[in-house]
Structure formats: structure tokens, C-alpha cells
Design a protein around this ligand. Sequence first.
Ligand SMILES: NC(=O)c1ccc[n+]([C@@H]2O[C@H](COP(=O)([O-])OP(=O)(O)OC[C@H]3O[C@@H](n4cnc5c(N)ncnc54)[C@H](OP(=O)(O)O)[C@@H]3O)[C@@H](O)[C@H]2O)c1
Length: 229
Amino acid sequence: MQGKNIVLIGGSYGIGASLADMISTAGANLWVLSRSKASAGRHIAFNAVTDRIDQTVLPDIIHGLAYLPGSIQLKPISRLTDEELLHDLNINALCAARCIRDVLPLLKKAEQASIVLFSTVAAQQGMPFHSSVAMAKGAVEGLTRALAAELAPRIRVNAVAPSLTDTPLAAKFLSTADRKMASAKRHPLMRIGTAGDVAHAAFYLLSDASSWITGQVLHVDGGLSAVRL
Ligand SMILES: NC(=O)c1ccc[n+]([C@@H]2O[C@H](COP(=O)([O-])OP(=O)(O)OC[C@H]3O[C@@H](n4cnc5c(N)ncnc54)[C@H](OP(=O)(O)O)[C@@H]3O)[C@@H](O)[C@H]2O)c1
């Protein structure tokens, strides 16, 4: 990671902030594009929904790109509005595809580069009230595999699929000790995730340590997707 140029879309808090700290500590050059200020790296004010990436504020070569913005909107389908469905698809998948497209020329200049996207445990396992986010993250997983094929062998593309992780995005589900305990108990490893748990997986996928891995969805979910006790 030392000396590489890494760009995070989102990195001001949550999993992205933890990932930003790891990247900085590893000696990489870091650019964070988000709406609020980031504590690590060079911050560039950017809204993934409304703005296009200005390549001139980025380095000439990019070795790693991660796209963090996402949503957790849990509702029965009968109560989901068109706007909510479109918002989830947009922030999770369409804006990710647009950001990748816009920095691709800079990723292509690297001898080896890595893109990391974020899915959810609910994309591959059916869970009630998750239809909007599952649909949007299903698109992210499709994008991951399609781009892994299209951009091989120089650019790897993988995704991390977390279960409930203690970040601002999940705050409303973890607002009381009882809610936290109930969520922890749903996981075979009997706890919810920390931002660091998930950031470590993304850091690995961005780094050369994963140089023979592409087109994969790495499940970081306390065992929820694979283990039944
Ligand atoms: N936390 C969980 O339980 C969980 C579970 C499954 C999947 N995930 C996925 O993991 C990823 C990271 O989740 P998280 O919990 O760390 O989310 P988070 O706490 O909401 O952090 C998201 C980051 O993305 C940035 N961001 C959000 N909207 C943006 C926009 N329009 N333009 C630019 N930046 C934007 C935020 O910065 P600004 O607000 O400053 O722009 C922040 O830095 C997401 O894709 C999420 O869907 C999370």
C-alpha cells in the first residue's frame, strides 16, 4: 500500500473513515470525496448523487477506488414509494457505476488497480422488509462481477457484503441496549460488526495481498449468511 494512490468515495465517517485511517497508516496517498470533511487524507467536497468527479483534482494514476455511500431502508414493499426505490438504486448502484466510469482512465494508467464496492448480507439471503436495499445491492453484486470480467487482468473488482455494523448508517437499529442485544443474537458470532471489522476486509481487497482475487463478494457478517447454530 506504501506510496499508492487510493480514492475513497465516502470516508468521512462509518466504515469509510476506518478504512481511510488504515490506508493512511499504511503509507498510501489518500483522497476522500464526501460531503462532510474527512479526518484522514485530502478531502474533496463531493456529492455522489449530484456531482460528477473532476479528474483534475485527483492524481494522474489511481491504484485503488472504494465506493462507500449506501442506504438501509427497511419497509414492507407496500409502503415503499417510487422515490425511495429509485433513491436506493441510485445511491448504492447507479452512482457507484458512474464514479467508476469517471475515474476509469486514471485506474487504467496503473499497472495493477483494485476497485471495492459494498453490498449487504441481505442481497443473497432473503430477509423481510429488505426488498429495496436487496435489489439495489443485488445490482452492486452484478456490477462487481461484470466489471471484474471487463477490466481483467489489470483492474480487480470485488465487493464486501456486511451484516449490521455499528456506524451512523445503522444507528437507528442500534439505538437502545435491547436493540443492540437482539441484533447481536441473530449472528452466529453473537455480536454486530464494528466499522473496523468491515474496513479490514476492504483494505485487504484494495491491497496487493488479494492480487489473485477478482469478481468476489466477501461476506463479513458474523457468520449470518453461512452458518446456522
Ligand atoms: N452499517 C451497516 O450496518 C451496513 C450493513 C450492510 C451494508 N453496508 C454498506 O456498507 C457501506 C458503508 O456503510 P456505512 O455504515 O459506513 O455508511 P455511513 O455510516 O452512512 O457512511 C457512508 C459514507 O459515505 C459518504 N456518503 C454518503 N452519501 C454520500 C453522497 N451522496 N456523496 C458522497 N459521499 C456520501 C458519507 O459521507 P458524507 O455524508 O460526508 O458525504 C460517509 O463517509 C454502504 O454501502 C452500506 O450500504 C452497511
